[in-house]
Design a protein around this ligand. Structure first.
Ligand SMILES: NC(=O)c1ccc[n+]([C@@H]2O[C@H](COP(=O)([O-])OP(=O)(O)OC[C@H]3O[C@@H](n4cnc5c(N)ncnc54)[C@H](O)[C@@H]3O)[C@@H](O)[C@H]2O)c1
Length: 279
């Protein structure tokens, strides 16, 4: 079933060269939206463009690093000029990272924040004037189940994704108070079958650690296509937040039921993901 309510809208998707971003772009195209896609991965982006063109979508494709604020500001103006207006931005691009606070260098921490948090802020602020001008705007920011609860080894990623949550929830309330024609939705995916974990960064201090094989892929229950469908339904319904996958829903419940006590329950469960300390 195709999403309704998107025909003719201009939608911007970052990190569209893979996974959830590609699935979002395809789902938007099937719903007859016009799409602007971007990524740092040229090959992945070209493949998304090919798939979009094959289904007859109107598409604008650009190389964009979401951490590059000036480039993002220029890009927003170019997209608006190209299509005449912009209705929706899906701030989706992100990276995974593993490393305990003790051994993660400042620059490694900053890289995660620059992409996973500042990338979202850059995209939101660059496009907000255009979304307001459209008279029918929507900001969709992708956080994570790890934006709802914290795990050992995930301090950098947790920080970025918790920050996306706070930023997005505040923005939604501001738009309502200021009577701006812009809706705001925060997205919390759980384990989704993409290349996300395969391309995960690891604190250099840990050396050559095969973390990827330690992750139990059975927990990756949601397909990117399903995630995209759930996100578009939430956008159409103007939901403030959307939890994707049974794992996210269970973990959200655990945190809300136990308060801070989840921090005693989670570490033993997470232990199998944590490599033997090399420090
Ligand atoms: N897959 C999961 O299990 C999962 C779970 C929770 C949250 N998420 C979030 O979903 C979003 C999409 O992830 P995915 O699962 O599709 O992963 P993915 O790795 O398949 O796709 C992410 C895309 O972002 C791009 N990207 C990385 N750095 C970038 C940058 N600086 N500028 C522009 N593009 C950049 C990558 O090239 C890639 O194409 C991310 O924000 C991620 O944190 C994913």
């Amino acid at each position: 079933m195709r999403a309704r309510g998107f025909a003719g809208k201009v939608a911007v998707v970052t990190g569209a060269g893979s996974g959830i971003g590609r699935a979002l772009a395809m789902e938007l195209a099937h719903a007859e939206a016009r799409v602007a896609i971007s990524d740092v991965n040229a090959d992945g982006l070209a493949e998304t463009q090919r798939q979009l063109t094959a289904v007859g979508a109107e598409v604008l494709s650009d190389s964009l690093d979401v951490a590059d604020r000036d480039a993002f500001l220029d890009y927003a103006d170019r997209v608006a000029e190209h299509f005449g207006s912009v209705n929706q931005i899906y701030n989706n691009a992100g990276i995974a990272f593993f490393g305990d606070v003790e051994i993660t260098r400042f620059d490694e921490f900053e890289r995660v924040m620059n992409i996973d948090f500042w990338g979202v802020v850059n995209g939101t602020k660059a496009f907000l004037p255009h979304l307001i001008a459209s008279g029918d705007g929507h900001v969709v920011n992708v956080s994570s189940a790890f934006g709802l609860f914290a795990l050992p080894g995930q301090a950098a990623y947790n920080s970025a994704k918790f920050a996306v949550r706070g930023f997005t929830e505040a923005l939604r309330q501001e738009m309502v108070l200021a009577k701006r024609p812009v809706k705001v939705t925060a997205v919390y995916p759980g384990g989704t079958k993409t290349s996300f974990i395969d391309s995960m960064g690891v604190a250099e201090h840990l050396g050559e650690v095969d973390l990827v094989s330690r992750y139990d892929k059975r927990a990756w229950t949601t397909s990117p296509e399903r995630a995209a469908q759930v996100i578009l339904r939430a956008v159409r319904r103007d939901q403030p937040r959307i939890l994707i996958g049974p794992d996210t829903k269970i973990l959200d419940l655990l945190v809300r039921l136990t308060g801070s006590a989840y921090q005693r329950v989670v570490p033993p469960m997470a232990a199998r993901f944590v490599p033997p300390p090399a420090y």
